[in-house]
Design a protein around this ligand. Structure first.
Ligand code: BGC
Length: 371
């Protein structure tokens, strides 16, 4: 671990790293230096990256990303219409017919195999674009067509099993995926970019998601579960509280979820994804430490939040670059070599890691000048 760097310097570096990697098209590549991610942008990562830039004085960067998403989604309007019609006619579309998870920087699905069909990215995007619009007084109508398409897609398919944040377990309905759909549809329920009919459908679907999560998505211990029917947690579930708002900070289920994440997955400031994680040996993810910290900050526990931020910032290398995960504490070290052999060293810099540092710092009151 590096000595504690000055927070403003770390934030300036994070903004610089994100800005330097953002494509001319507006896309944020996840990590250009990592073989398996090179040349691709995820709606999930990008939504949080845009949120970080939007909060830290870089609204133009966030707008460019949302414009890119809007162009990408524009090409899927007809496909979503057909998928919705097919589903309503009683025939569930095949996983392979659903929208991609990631796109190349031009906005095409690309030709490399990926674990496509993940709903959360579209929910996160609807959440992020509305946050950005409200924060910078931009009319969300700028992104109307894409907002409609994503809203129709989620309102119809939110309860369909799909791959999770970690691109695993396509057979399950995952807590954090449901949470992202809830946040996106809740934003749609109030969106001036949508007609009243769509706003109503979005409101109803969001209410159903929340009811489903509370009725079926909690474990006997009173915490949200990794997927419906599971008894384990996943650190991504913290997002169901902050920022996705399924539960308010301080709510007993929210508190039980954070407590379970801490008990099972937090080791000295670093947060693991889930107990069975073998990816690169199952290390600690700075972006998840920041997500947990964001939750503590909103619940009024600023000291805990600041410690988590310090830990995340301290994972930067001498050049200020933050990786996807670190290996100071591995859950399944015997699995690390197979991943290094397959894909090379851990992804770095991971733009999503940098973005979460920007978000948590902003949440705690350190905000860089507007550019
Ligand atoms: C993670 C995803 C992430 C992607 C790009 C994958 O390893 O599982 O959550 O979106 O990397 O950063």
């Amino acid at each position: 671990m590096n000595p504690k760097p000055d927070l403003r310097l770390a934030l300036t570096r994070s903004v610089e790293v994100i800005a330097a990697h953002q494509a001319d098209t507006g896309a944020y590549p996840a990590c250009e230096e990592f073989s398996a991610y090179h040349g691709y942008s995820w709606f999930r990562d990008g939504s949080f990256i845009a949120e970080g830039m939007s909060r830290q004085g870089q609204p133009g960067s966030a707008t460019a990303f949302h414009d890119w998403c809007s162009r990408v989604l524009g090409a899927y309007q007809n496909q979503v219409g057909e998928l919705v019609a097919q589903n309503r006619a009683g025939s569930t579309p095949a996983v392979s017919a659903m929208l991609p998870t990631r796109f190349d920087l031009e906005g095409q699905p690309g030709s490399d195999m990926w674990w496509d069909f993940q709903l959360d990215g579209y929910g996160s995007w609807l959440w992020a674009v509305h946050q950005h619009a409200a924060r910078h007084q931009l009319p969300p109508q700028r992104w109307s067509g894409a907002i409609q398409t994503a809203c129709d897609y989620l309102a119809e398919f939110w309860n369909t099993p799909c791959y999770d944040w970690w691109e695993e377990h396509v057979e399950q309905r995952h807590g954090s995926t449901l949470g992202a759909s809830y946040a996106g549809l809740s934003a749609c329920a109030e969106s001036p970019a949508l007609d009243a009919g769509r706003r109503d459908s979005a409101r109803q679907a969001a209410a159903q998601i929340r009811a489903t999560m509370l009725a079926e998505g909690t474990a006997p211990g009173g915490y949200l579960s990794k997927w419906i029917g599971a008894e384990t947690v996943d650190a991504s579930l913290a997002a169901c509280v902050v920022p996705f708002g399924v539960l308010a900070p301080g709510d007993p289920v929210a508190e039980a979820t954070l407590a379970k994440i801490e008990a099972d997955l937090l080791v000295g400031g670093g947060v693991h994804r889930f107990a069975a994680d073998v990816f690169f040996g199952g290390g600690q993810w700075p972006l998840l430490s920041c997500l947990l910290g964001w939750n503590h900050a909103r619940a009024g526990r600023r000291g805990k939040a600041a410690q988590l931020l310090d830990w995340a910032v301290s994972q930067a290398d001498f050049d200020g670059l933050v990786p996807e995960q670190v290996d100071g504490h591995l859950l399944h070290p015997e699995h690390k070599p197979e991943w290094v052999a397959k894909w090379g060293p851990v992804a770095k810099p991971l733009l999503w890691s940098h973005a979460m540092i920007l978000i948590l710092a902003a949440e705690l009151g350190t905000i860089l000048e507007n550019k």
